[in-house]
Design a protein around this ligand. Structure first.
Ligand SMILES: [Fe+2]
Length: 390
C-alpha cells in the first residue's frame, strides 16, 4: 500500500497585511474594479466609523461606491437577494465585504449570484458554481472567521432555519486586506467568540481526516498564535501586536480549513446556530470541549501536538495525558472569557433535537471529523453539551 499522501494545495487570494492597510483600499483594489464597488457591511460597523478610511481611500483614487449595510448575524438567503438587486440598481462590478464573517459571507454570495443568477440556496454543496463571480475583496474587522481567505460562504435558509454552506474555488476573495487597527475596535465579547472560532478552525483542521501537510503546518502555527495572543487581545484590547497576530492566526486557520474542511463542532454548531440564531463563534466555543472529548480516542497523537502548540509542557506526560491537556486548556479559555459551559445557557432547546441531528448529519464536516460519527453520536454530543456533561 502506498503510504505517501497525495494532496493539492490551492489558495489564490492576494493578502495585504499591514497596519492601516484599510486606508489604502482604493489603491489596492483599483485594478480589479472597473466602474463602481459595492461595500457590504452591517450597521454596527458603519456606526463605529470603520468605513471612513476605506471610503476616503476609494475617493482618493476616484472609485465610485455604494453601501449595502443590511448584513445580519447568520445572514439569510433573502438578504442576498436584496443585496443583488441593490448591486444591480447601482451598477456595481465588484464587492468589498467589510466586517465579521457575516459581512464577508454576504459579500461573497452577492458577488456570485450577480453573475451566476438564480437563488443562493440552489448552490448549496461543493463545486456548484460554474461562472466567475464579480471580484470579491474582503476586509475583516474581527479575528476569527477566516472567510477572507476561504472558498466558502454560509447562508441561512429562513424557511427551514438550515445554515447551508456553498463551497467553490470561485469564492476565494481576489484580495484580502488585513488591518489590525480595525480589529482594535472589536469589543471583548466578540474578540473572545471570534478568537475561539479561529481556534476551533485550527484544531478541527489539524485533526481532520482530509488534513494534509500544508494545512497541518498552517493550523499548528494558528494554534500557537491564538494561544499566545487571544487573552491579551481580550483583556487589553488596544495592544496592536496581539490584534495583528490574531488576524494572522485567523487567516492561517482559514488557509488550513479551506483545504481540510472542519469537523463535528462546525457541523453541530451550524445546526443549532441556524435554528436558535446563536452567533457562530460563541456556539463553537461552547461546543468545542464536548467534541474534543468525543474525538480524543481517535487522534491522541495529533491532540498531543495541539497541546504542545498551545504551550503545555508535555515532556513528562503520556500521549493520552498530553492529549487531555487540550480539553483542559480550552475549558480554561472559555472560563476566562465568560463563555457558557453548556448550550442550554446559549438558548438551545432539546425540543428540536431530531432536526438538530438531521441538520448536523447533512453537513459535509461530519465526514471530515477524525472519529467516525453517526446520528446517535451526534445526539449524545448535543445532550452532553446541553447538560454540561464532560
Ligand atoms: Fe467557524
Amino acid at each position: 500500500m502506498n503510504t505517501i499522501q497525495s494532496y493539492n494545495y490551492y489558495m489564490p487570494t492576494n493578502v495585504v497585511s499591514e497596519v492601516n492597510s484599510s486606508k489604502r483600499t482604493g489603491e489596492i483594489v483599483k485594478d480589479v474594479v472597473q466602474k463602481k464597488v459595492l461595500i457590504v457591511t452591517d450597521k454596527g460597523i458603519r456606526d463605529a466609523g470603520l468605513l471612513e478610511g476605506v471610503i476616503a481611500s476609494l475617493e482618493s483614487v476616484k472609485l465610485s461606491y455604494a453601501i449595502f449595510d443590511q448584513v445580519e448575524p447568520n445572514p439569510k438567503a433573502e438578504t442576498i437577494g436584496i443585496g443583488v438587486t441593490y448591486l444591480k440598481e447601482n451598477d456595481c462590478d465588484a464587492v468589498i465585504g467589510i466586517g465579521g464573517g457575516s459581512s464577508i459571507d454576504t459579500a461573497k454570495a452577492i458577488a456570485f449570484i450577480a453573475t451566476s443568477g438564480g437563488h443562493v440556496l440552489d448552490y448549496e454543496g461543493v463545486g456548484m458554481i460554474s461562472t466567475s463571480p464579480l471580484p470579491i475583496i474582503a476586509i475583516p474587522t474581527t479575528a476569527g472567521t477566516g472567510s477572507e481567505v476561504t472558498a466558502s460562504t454560509v447562508i441561512t435558509n429562513e424557511k427551514t432555519l438550515f445554515k447551508a454552506a456553498v463551497i467553490s474555488p470561485y469564492l476565494f476573495p481576489k484580495i484580502a486586506i488585513l488591518d489590525p487597527v480595525l480589529a482594535m475596535k472589536c469589543p471583548p465579547s466578540i474578540t473572545a467568540a471570534t478568537g475561539m472560532d479561529a481556534l476551533t478552525h485550527a484544531i478541527e483542521s489539524y485533526v481532520s481526516k482530509l488534513a494534509q501537510p500544508v494545512s497541518q503546518a498552517l493550523a499548528l502555527q494558528a494554534i500557537k498564535l491564538i494561544s499566545r495572543n487571544l487573552r491579551n487581545a481580550y483583556f487589553v484590547g488596544t495592544d496592536l501586536k496581539s490584534r495583528s497576530e490574531m488576524l494572522e492566526a485567523s487567516m492561517l486557520a482559514g488557509f488550513a480549513f479551506s483545504q481540510s474542511r472542519l469537523g463535528n463542532v462546525h457541523a453541530i454548531s451550524q445546526a443549532f446556530g441556524g435554528v436558535f440564531d446563536i452567533p457562530h463563534g460563541i456556539a463553537n466555543a461552547t461546543l468545542l470541549p464536548f467534541v474534543l472529548k468525543y474525538n480524543l480516542p481517535a487522534c491522541p497523537e495529533k491532540m498531543k501536538d495541539i497541546a504542545e502548540a498551545m504551550g503545555a509542557d508535555v515532556s513528562r506526560l503520556s500521549t493520552s495525558e498530553a492529549a487531555s491537556k487540550v480539553l483542559e486548556m480550552v475549558i480554561e479559555l472559555n472560563e476566562a472569557f465568560d463563555i457558557p459551559s453548556n448550550i442550554k445557557d446559549l438558548g438551545v432547546s432539546l425540543n428540536q433535537l431530531p432536526k438538530l441531528i438531521e441538520d448536523s448529519m447533512r453537513s459535509g464536516n461530519i465526514l471530515a471529523n477524525p472519529r467516525l460519527t453517526n446520528a446517535n453520536d451526534v445526539k449524545t454530543i448535543i445532550e452532553d453539551a446541553y447538560y454540561g456533561k464532560l
